[in-house]
Design a protein around this ligand. Structure first.
Ligand code: ADP
Ligand code: MG
Length: 374
C-alpha cells in the first residue's frame, strides 16, 4: 500500500449511477473514508444519498466507477458477502421473532455456535440497555426501543462497516436526540466505520467526524463540521449548513484573499473570497445572523449598512431581528437575550455592522433559494 493511501479504508472513485440510462442521479462521486470514521452524507431529498448507500451495500449496481474497501474492489461482491451492517428508517424487525431471536438471526445465518450466540445476544442486549426485553416481540416495544434493536441487529455480527439511512427519521425530536447520543456512544465504544445518511443538518453536525454535503448528485464539500460551518465552499453549502443571510452584490473586485463588492443599497462591502474569480460580475455575500451587530455606527466594523427595522422575534435564549436594506434584501440578526437586546418601532432605521473576516463572497451559480430545503 502506498503511503498516500495509509488509513484509507473505504474509497469511492468516480462513481456514477443512472436508473434509466438517461439521467445520472449520482454524477461523479469520489470520497475517501478512514477506518473508524463517522461520515455523513447530507443533502436535500432526491440528491442521491440513498443511491450511494445502496451501491455500497450491493443492492444496486454501479453504472461506472469503483468502490473499494481496504484496497479491494467490492462492486462484484454479493451483498451478503460484503459483511456490512445496515440500518434503515423502516427496517422492520421480524415481527414473529422475539427481540433475542431477531438479534440471534444474523449470527445463525453466519453459523456461529449456539453457546456463543447466546453470549453475544446477551452482550448486545446490555449494550442497548434492553436486558429485560429479550423475550418481548417487536410489537410490544416503543418506536425508540425497536430502533435500538434494529441498531443492535446491524452491529451484532461485528461488521467493520455500518450504513445507516435516515435511521431516526421516524422518531420524534426528543427520542431522536437520545438515539443520536446512543449511536455515537456505540460507535466510540465498538470502533466500526459509519456511513450515515440524513437530510437533517443539526444531526449531521453533532454526530459526524466528516460530512459530505450533497446536491444534485454531486458532493459540494467534504469537511469536518467546524469547517463546513466556518468555511463553506460555495453558496449552496453556506445556505444549507446553519443559517446565513445571502445578499446579492455586483462588480466584485478581487484583491488577494479578499473581495469588495456593491450591495443593491449602494454600500460597498469587503468579504473573504469564497469561490469567485475575476470573470464574475455578480456574487452573493453571506453573513451569519450571529455575526451582525445592531446600532453599529461609531464602532470599528469593516462593513456598515443602513437598515430598516421590520420585526423582533423573542425566541427565549436569543432574539431574532429582521431588517430590510434599500434595494429589498432582508437580513436576520441574532443576539443573546440579555439586557442589551434593543427594541425598535417598525420602520425605524439603524446601522448594521460586521467584520470582513465573518463574511464570504460566493458565485451566484450554486445559489438557489431552493438550496434552503431542510
Ligand atoms: P436521496 O436519498 O438523497 O433522497 P435517492 O438516492 O433516493 O435520493 O434518489 C436520487 C434520485 O434517483 C431521485 O431523483 C430518485 O427519484 C431517483 N431514484 C431513486 N431510486 C430509484 C429507482 N430504484 N429507480 C429509479 N429512480 C430512482
Ligand atoms: Mg434517501
Amino acid at each position: 500500500m502506498h503511503d498516500s493511501n495509509a488509513g484509507e479504508f473505504l474509497k469511492f472513485a468516480n462513481v456514477k449511477k443512472t436508473y434509466d440510462q438517461k439521467t445520472l442521479v449520482v454524477k461523479d462521486f469520489s470520497l475517501h473514508v478512514k477506518q473508524g470514521e463517522f461520515v455523513t452524507l447530507l443533502g436535500p431529498s432526491g440528491s442521491g444519498k440513498t443511491t450511494v448507500l445502496m451501491m455500497l451495500a450491493g443492492f444496486e449496481n454501479v453504472t461506472s466507477g469503483s468502490i473499494t474497501v481496504e484496497g479491494r474492489s467490492i462492486t462484484q461482491t454479493a451483498p451478503y458477502k460484503r459483511n456490512i451492517g445496515v440500518v434503515f428508517q423502516h427496517y422492520a424487525l421480524f415481527p414473529h421473532m422475539t427481540v433475542a431471536q431477531n438479534l440471534a438471526y444474523p449470527l445463525k445465518v453466519r453459523r456461529m455456535p449456539k453457546a456463543q450466540v447466546k453470549q453475544r445476544v446477551d452482550r448486545y442486549l446490555e449494550l442497548i440497555e434492553l436486558e429485560q426485553f429479550g423475550n418481548r416481540y417487536p410489537a410490544q416495544l416503543s418506536g425508540g426501543q425497536r430502533q435500538r434493536v434494529a441498531l443492535a441487529r446491524a452491529l451484532i455480527f461485528e461488521p467493520t462497516l455500518v450504513l445507516m439511512d435516515e435511521p431516526l427519521g421516524a422518531l420524534d425530536k426528543k427520542l431522536r436526540e437520545q438515539m443520536q447520543f446512543e449511536i455515537t456512544r456505540l460507535h466510540k465504544q465498538l470502533g466500526f466505520t459509519v456511513i450515515y445518511v440524513t437530510h437533517d443538518q443539526a444531526e449531521a453536525l453533532t454526530m459526524s467526524s466528516r460530512i459530505a454535503v450533497f446536491n444534485k448528485g454531486v458532493v459540494q464539500q467534504y469537511a469536518t463540521p467546524d469547517d463546513l460551518y466556518e468555511r463553506p465552499a460555495n453558496a449552496f453549502v453556506a445556505s444549507f449548513i446553519g443559517e446565513n443571510n445571502l445578499i446579492p452584490a455586483s462588480s466584485p473586485a478581487l484583491a488577494a484573499e479578499r473581495l469588495t463588492a456593491s450591495l443593491e443599497c449602494g454600500a460597498a462591502v469587503t468579504a473573504r473570497n469564497g469561490d469567485c474569480d475575476s470573470t464574475d460580475t455578480e456574487c452573493v455575500i453571506s453573513v451569519r445572523p450571529e455575526k451582525l451587530a445592531i446600532a453599529a455606527q461609531g464602532h470599528a466594523y469593516d462593513n456598515q449598512v443602513f437598515a430598516t427595522f421590520i420585526a423582533r422575534h423573542y425566541v427565549g435564549d436569543f432574539i431574532r431581528y429582521y431588517f430590510a436594506l434599500s434595494g429589498g434584501s432582508h437580513l436576520a440578526v441574532k443576539t443573546l437575550n440579555d439586557t442589551k437586546a434593543p427594541d425598535f418601532t417598525e420602520g425605524q432605521s439603524t446601522v448594521l455592522g460586521w467584520m470582513a473576516k465573518d463574511c464570504f463572497a460566493f458565485k451566484t451559480s450554486t445559489y438557489t433559494p431552493q438550496g434552503k430545503q431542510r
